[in-house]
Design a protein around this ligand. Structure first.
Ligand code: 0L1
Ligand code: MG
Length: 261
């Protein structure tokens, strides 16, 4: 690690407080250009540890920057991951207040619910075998960085912009081929805003799941039975505004909804 342990602790507090108060901050690498990706993941974990100390619990993980559209938007070639706590979980059809966020955007996703613990360097079919069900999901991302100015390392430290997520009804995973090309339509107030396919999620959502498990293994970690995994967005993120009713329909899955007030 390039950063001193105390600085990592201090930066974990900075990102945690920014997320807690939805208060934009200057990107961390402006003051700490030597920060590495490994430092950023340590900051992320320590910020999650602070949430857990306050009584939140870890309910799963998310993959980010999984679609080519999103990678191009960020100028990167690899996905990243973040942690999900129970305070981020919203009920299907829930309403959230726009004013409580910095600059919220929403992404159409597919989520996995794990049937078993799994760890190690796994392939996509092995990862899928540990899945109990899948559901349509909307992720709310809200980067805490002022004016969206950040590097990939900053995003990782900021828990991959994780803010909230809504899961639709869970169904048994469809066959490999079908899961790899499910049509996804996200609409706002009945108007189609983004269309895509689950193929855009690292070419197959199970590849995203396997990539997550393999990345966690680098830190001696894995996924656990009952955890939720957001496999990643299938399109670019869309800005949301008060009065928006966002819906996502995914082939052969039910619909999921979120409202913004
Ligand atoms: O969920 C994600 O794809 C993470 C996005 C991180 C960058 C952003 O805030 O746009
Ligand atoms: Mg996402």
């Amino acid at each position: 690690m390039a950063l001193d342990d105390q600085i990592i602790d201090d930066l974990a507090e900075v990102v945690d407080e920014a997320a807690r108060n939805s208060e934009p901050i200057v990107m961390l690498t402006a003051e700490h250009p030597e920060m590495t990706l490994e430092d950023a993941y340590t900051i992320q974990r320590r910020s999650i540890a602070r949430r857990i100390e306050r009584g939140e619990s870890l309910v799963g993980m998310k993959m980010g920057l999984t679609s080519k559209a999103k990678m191009d938007q960020m100028g990167v070639h690899n996905p990243i991951y973040g942690h999900l706590t129970d305070s981020m979980m919203l009920a299907d059809g829930a309403s959230i207040e726009h004013a409580a966020y910095c600059h919220p955007r929403v992404e159409p996703e597919i989520a996995f619910v794990m049937a078993d613990d799994i760890s190690g360097e796994v392939g996509p079919r092995e990862a899928l075998a540990a899945v109990e069900g899948i559901c349509p999901a909307l992720e709310i991302i809200d980067s805490r960085y002022k004016d969206f100015e950040f590097t990939l390392i900053d995003v990782v430290a900021d828990n991959a912009s994780s803010t909230g997520f809504v899961l639709g009804p869970t169904v048994a995973p469809p066959e490999w081929v079908e899961l790899g090309n499910l049509g996804m339509v996200m609409s706002i107030n009945g108007e189609v805003k983004a269309t895509g396919s689950s193929a855009a999620i690292l070419e197959h959502p199970a590849r995203s799941l396997a990539a997550l498990i393999t990345m966690l293994d680098e830190r001696g970690e894995g996924l656990h039975k009952g955890q939720v995994v957001l496999a990643g967005g299938a399109t670019k993120a869309i800005h949301v505004h008060p009065g928006d009713r966002i819906g996502l329909e995914v082939d052969s899955l039910k619909m999921v909804e979120l409202k913004i007030s």
